[in-house]
Design a protein around this ligand. Structure first.
Ligand SMILES: Cc1cc2nc3c(=O)[nH]c(=O)nc-3n(C[C@H](O)[C@H](O)[C@H](O)COP(=O)(O)OP(=O)(O)OC[C@H]3O[C@@H](n4cnc5c(N)ncnc54)[C@H](O)[C@@H]3O)c2cc1C
Length: 425
């Protein structure tokens, strides 16, 4: 007798559900230069359960692919904070990173975007895939006591012990230019799109263009226009309106003494504006390279069709603005905002100011009594509020502050599970 084969039942038992992933300890929201600077200066953050959320398609380059201009920094300013023996060390040998760091003088910001891209690739290799979320912006932060709950645009919810905001900056329409809003564009548009950002210009006379502002973004826009004039692609009369004197970079006080200084140029305050580390004047905030050269050329009357005017307030140039074909707003940037609710109430960590100013411990300002671990990578240029001299120090300092906060035991019941889903802002 042959035994009949025993048939398996038609239905198979489903494999057991994988255990739910533990909530992250840290979420980094935004991974451009500053988010990447934080992780590459303090890679110990990756030893904690770290999730990175970025609105863009890849971590690393941030806004730099949109800056189709030359840098106001030097290539060697970047990635000196990376430990060659650490997890990001091998990226220092990447040709794109070496080209940036060894470059002398001004460079196309595309070079920096490319180097940041390489660090983004390395980050993607170091993080488990489900801990790198791309193309899904953070839209709402809910804080209850120490508990932080995040809502992404897709509706996904993430609870975390600590949050780091590194969302970059925006250039919203400025109220002072509201009467001329129909002919005003932000400087970032020219920096990104060059002449394609301009409306149709008159064929029978030079276009009257006013740049409102006298900072690096104003002179970046002015350079795009000057290059187009030189190439015969634009006929324009350009006026640059300075609300205050312009800061120019000098390698040292001797170089400063050797050059003439016009009334539009800021005089350095030795106590505040000379870097104690390098002796450089206006080390990070001063106009440099071609922007600086254009400032001086116009100030000395050497660039036909380009003029500078100092005005106490935008309204003082109303007649000029009335006649302009195009106004380029270069009046500064502000921190990118998120909808945030703290203990049931809407909260603006910038307190109505343009930029979120961190507390001395690196956290964002919160209402009295709130204790959530929310940090911000919102650094103003040198001199930094918290005494550090270089971006290197800033990234590592903030990383140390975050690690110190994580070392403190969480209060009972963390992370939260019962926070109501907030309305996306
Ligand atoms: C015209 C111009 C020229 C400049 N030139 C220089 C220069 O030469 N050298 C220099 O050091 N700096 C320069 N800067 C400053 C430069 O923009 C900043 O140094 C740099 O981009 C700041 O990096 P960041 O990481 O703060 O912001 P970003 O580079 O803007 O990165 C922010 C990241 O956050 C992500 N993000 C935004 N919103 C969300 C969200 N809701 N959820 C999740 N992710 C989000 C974005 O996708 C992006 O990846 C220049 C700025 C301008 C405007």
């Amino acid at each position: 007798m042959t035994a009949l084969p025993v048939r398996e039942p038609a239905t198979t038992i489903p494999p057991p559900e994988p255990a739910p992933e533990p909530a992250p300890e840290i979420v980094l929201a935004g991974c451009g230069l500053r988010g990447m600077g934080l992780l590459t200066a303090m890679p110990a953050l990756l030893d904690h359960r770290l999730t990175v959320v970025d609105a863009g398609p890849r971590p690393g380059p941030g806004a730099f692919p949109d800056h189709r201009i030359q840098s106001n920094s030097a290539g060697a300013d970047f990635f000196g904070w990376v430990d060659p023996a650490g997890p990001f060390g091998p990226v220092l040998d990447d040709p794109a990173v070496r080209r940036l760091r060894e470059h002398q003088g001004a460079f196309d910001l595309a070079l920096l975007a490319g180097a940041l891209d390489r660090f983004g690739d390395r980050l993607a290799a170091l993080l488990p895939p489900d801990r790198l979320i791309r193309g899904d912006p953070l839209v709402h932060v809910t804080v209850e006591g120490e508990a932080i709950a995040l809502t992404l645009a897709s509706g996904r919810r993430i609870d975390t012990r600590a949050l780091v905001l590194a969302l970059g900056i925006t250039e919203p329409a400025h109220a002072a230019l509201a009467p001329w809003a129909d002919r005003t564009i932000p400087s970032g548009r020219i920096v990104r799109d060059h002449l394609a950002a301009l409306p149709p210009v008159p064929a029978d006379r030079p276009a009257r263009i006013v740049i409102a502002g006298g900072s690096h973004s104003a002179y970046s826009a002015a350079l795009v226009l000057a290059d187009a004039v030189d190439a015969g692609r634009l006929s324009a009369e350009v006026t640059i309106l300075h609300r205050g004197p312009a800061r120019l970079f000098y390698p040292n006080m001797d170089a400063h003494a050797a050059e003439p200084h016009g009334p539009l140029e800021a005089l350095p305050d030795p106590a505040r504006d000379i870097c104690p580390e390098t002796g450089q004047i206006f080390r990070y905030s001063g106009l440099r390279h071609r922007a600086r050269a254009l400032f001086r050329e116009i100030a000395q009357g050497g660039r036909q069709g380009f003029t500078q005017r100092q005005i106490p307030a935008i309204d003082d140039a109303a007649a000029l603005l009335d006649q302009a074909d195009l106004i380029v707003q270069a009046l500064g940037y502000r921190s990118r905002r998120l909808a945030m609710t703290v203990d049931g109430r809407p909260w603006d960590p910038a307190g109505g100011r343009p930029v979120v100013r961190p507390e001395p411990d690196g956290r964002i300002p919160l209402p009295a009594g709130a204790r959530a671990q929310i940090f911000v990578m919102g650094m103003d240029p040198y001199p930094y509020d918290d005494g550090a001299l270089t971006p290197t120090g800033q990234y590592a300092l903030r990383g140390g502050q975050i690690l110190a906060a994580l070392a403190r035991p969480p209060v009972a019941g963390q992370p939260p599970t019962d926070i109501p889903l907030a309305e996306p802002g």
